[in-house]
Design a protein. Structure first.
Length: 650
């Protein structure tokens, strides 16, 4: 942890004297938080802001995307992109511009249609009645009456498709159902699919194993194809089970939600990330810790996603690189495929899913803010109008003229599927897999653009360049009682922005510091954010009563913040050389001033050592050793870190 993050510029204490009959000793009411935790891969970024930082108006692109994709009458090269599927009484949208399946009934993909409907909905479009068409009802085509699950296309089944292609569409389908509760059939299908996956959960939970390629719902058995496995399916199941619990109140779904995530935490060793499903892990871990009083290791979930150390898909993670003049740090994909390959859908979706973790574990607010700044700025390189023509795939191949004409007509709204570090003898190369493998005539990705609105719905700029206002309620169903925003200051000095509130006469509560920082705001107020720090602002009624219950601040039954402890070792970092006898200086920073450390524990050489002071005196034999250091507080808070030291003979 950097010195700036430890000090937060300065430590301030406000002193209060209790008016209670039993007088208490004067004590600080609040100390500015200094307990932000790093996320290793993000901490390795070479700068707080990427080179050539620029935040584009992604919302305008996403809205234009919706206009074009859902226009049955569009004309021009490769247009229209949507067709009436009379065979299945719905509509179809293919995955790519120039897709060879365009217009073939039953080949449309749920990851396109459902994601596009959800994205538009998040931006305020009523897709149940758009130009007289109910695009929400049309999503029922992906429900299989035979298997009672959501499929990726109407002609599919669960016997020949990988796990994430079943679970991710089911999650998106359920989210749309939550947004459109009047769509009765959609809700019935969502609940049926959740129940089917609950039965699948019971099968795999009984085996203590989710490490499969898919699940055959006709036989109710998981299977492996001897090519790849998808253990992160447990995370996708957890997300579905949580929605089942919130929709029905059935505790069996709650138990399944916790149980499937527990497989990732305590049974599977190493990173299980295969595709997009693992992105839900930090969000769910932090949410369950707050709502259900679990103790999931949020940091471990982050590392499993970002570090590129997946056991089932090596290199799958977050890029931290620059391709010539194009910074790509923060983008998601493979860090090893051809030297690096970032995917637009994964990037858009990752930000939308993972970003909300800051709402439930505020110790990661600064790290997430830093990551999103890089991701949002660097995401513009997925679009043709922000990159060099000579490095783009639409300027090559036999469909060059049609692709260029389409791109001009649609104002470069459709992103490339990905960015390769090298391709077609160019570095970097903006394109994708479709033209390489003959799937489509262009690498412009309709399925990637379908997730664009998810990211666009999350952020807005402020008057200070580099400071974004991140909407943590976007898509956070059942936890949006009060507007909540992450605001991170990446600059080296304190900055003041003009904060606009959604309604008149509210207080701004910072869930990082657990303190009201602005009162009775009518329309706008000045908000100061310390250098390279974050606030998570919750807009609460100015007459609200905040109560403390089990380390949580609550308004009625709504949790607005939770106390945390953050553990640091201040005198050593990873791979430092130490003698056989050494002392670790522990620092436990607690957001609740009325709490204190109960004990520290160190796991070393398969032995647990316990300490009541912050001087952890240890000894070991020479060699490379990993220490697991834990802290427990009297009020039940907990944090854990690992430290790898090179122990040498004295």
């Amino acid at each position: 942890m950097s010195l700036k993050k430890l000090s937060l510029g300065m430590i301030m204490a406000l002193i209060i004297v209790s008016a209670m009959a039993c007088q208490k000793k004067e004590e600080p009411q609040w100390i500015e938080p200094s307990y932000q935790k790093d996320i290793l891969r993000i901490e390795q970024f070479t700068s707080e802001l990427p080179e050539n930082y620029e935040i584009i108006d992604l919302e305008s692109k996403a809205l234009l995307y919706d206009d074009i994709v859902f226009d049955f009458e569009a004309s021009g090269s490769f247009l229209p992109l949507i067709w009436n599927d009379q065979t299945y009484d719905s509509y179809g949208i293919s995955a790519y511009v120039g897709d060879h399946r365009q217009g073939v009934n039953g080949t449309q993909e749920a990851v396109v249609s459902i994601a596009a409907v959800l994205s538009a909905t998040l931006m305020g479009i009523d897709k149940s009645n758009q130009n007289g068409y109910n695009f929400v009802d049309g999503l029922n085509v992906y429900f299989s009456e035979e298997e009672q699950i959501i499929l990726n296309n109407p002609t599919g089944n669960s016997r020949n498709i990988s796990m994430w292609y079943l679970l991710y569409p089911a999650i998106l389908f359920t989210q749309v159902s939550i947004a459109y509760e009047d769509e009765v059939v959609l809700r019935e299908h969502a609940l049926s699919a959740i129940d089917s996956w609950y039965e699948a959960y019971l099968v795999m939970h009984e085996e203590h194993n989710f490490d499969y390629t898919g699940f055959d719902f006709s036989t109710m058995k998981p299977y492996r194809n001897n090519i790849w496995k998808e253990p992160d399916s447990a995370v996708g199941i957890s997300m579905l089970m949580y929605y089942g619990y919130k929709l029905t109140g059935n505790d069996a779904y709650k138990d399944a939600a916790i149980g499937s995530l527990d497989y990732i935490e305590n049974t599977y060793q190493g990173s299980p990330m295969y595709e997009i499903l693992m992105y839900y892990a930090p969000y769910l871990a932090s949410l369950y810790n707050q709502e259900f009083d679990t103790a999931f290791d949020v940091n471990r979930m982050f590392n499993a996603i970002f570090n590129g150390n997946s056991l089932v898909r090596g290199g799958w993670g977050m890029l931290n690189d620059q391709y010539q003049s194009y910074p790509v740090s923060g983008l998601m994909g493979s860090i090893t495929d051809g030297g690096g390959y970032a995917f637009s859908m994964n990037t858009f979706s990752a930000a939308f899913i993972i970003g909300k973790t800051a709402k439930y574990d505020t110790r990661y607010a600064s790290a997430i803010g830093k990551w999103l700044n890089h991701l949002i700025s660097n995401s513009r390189y997925y679009f043709s109008d922000y990159v060099n023509d000579d490095n783009e795939s639409i300027y090559t191949g036999i469909y060059r003229d049609d692709a260029i004409l389409f791109n001009q007509q649609t104002q470069s709204v459709f992103p490339y599927e990905g960015i390769r570090k090298a391709g077609n003898s160019k570095t970097p190369w903006f394109g994708g897999d479709p033209t390489v493998y003959g799937w489509a005539d262009t690498d412009l990705s309709i399925y990637s653009g379908a997730s664009m609105g998810m990211l666009a719905s999350m952020y807005e700029t402020t008057e200070i360049e580099g400071i974004l206002k991140i909407n943590l309620n976007s898509g956070d169903y059942y936890h949006d009682a009060y507007p909540t925003y992450l605001i991170y200051n990446p600059l080296e000095t304190d900055q003041t922005i003009t904060y606009h509130v959604q309604s008149s006469g509210i207080d701004l509560y910072d869930s990082v510091s657990e303190k009201i920082i602005n009162e009775h705001v009518i329309t706008t107020t000045d908000l100061t954010i310390p250098a390279q720090q974050a606030v998570v602002i919750v807009e609460i009624p100015n007459d609200a009563t905040i109560e403390r219950v089990n380390q949580k601040s609550m308004i009625g039954s709504t949790i607005i913040s939770q106390s945390h402890v953050s553990l640091n070792i201040t005198n050593y970092k990873n791979n430092d050389l130490v003698p056989t006898s050494f002392t670790l200086n522990a620092q436990a920073l607690i957001s609740d001033l009325h709490d204190e450390v109960l004990r520290y524990e160190v796991l070393l050489d398969q032995t647990i050592y316990s300490f009541e002071t912050d001087q952890l005196i240890l000894s070991s034999t020479p060699g490379s050793k990993t220490l697991i250091i834990s802290v427990y507080t009297k009020e039940g808070l907990f944090d854990q870190i690992s430290l790898r030291l090179q122990i040498i003979s004295e």
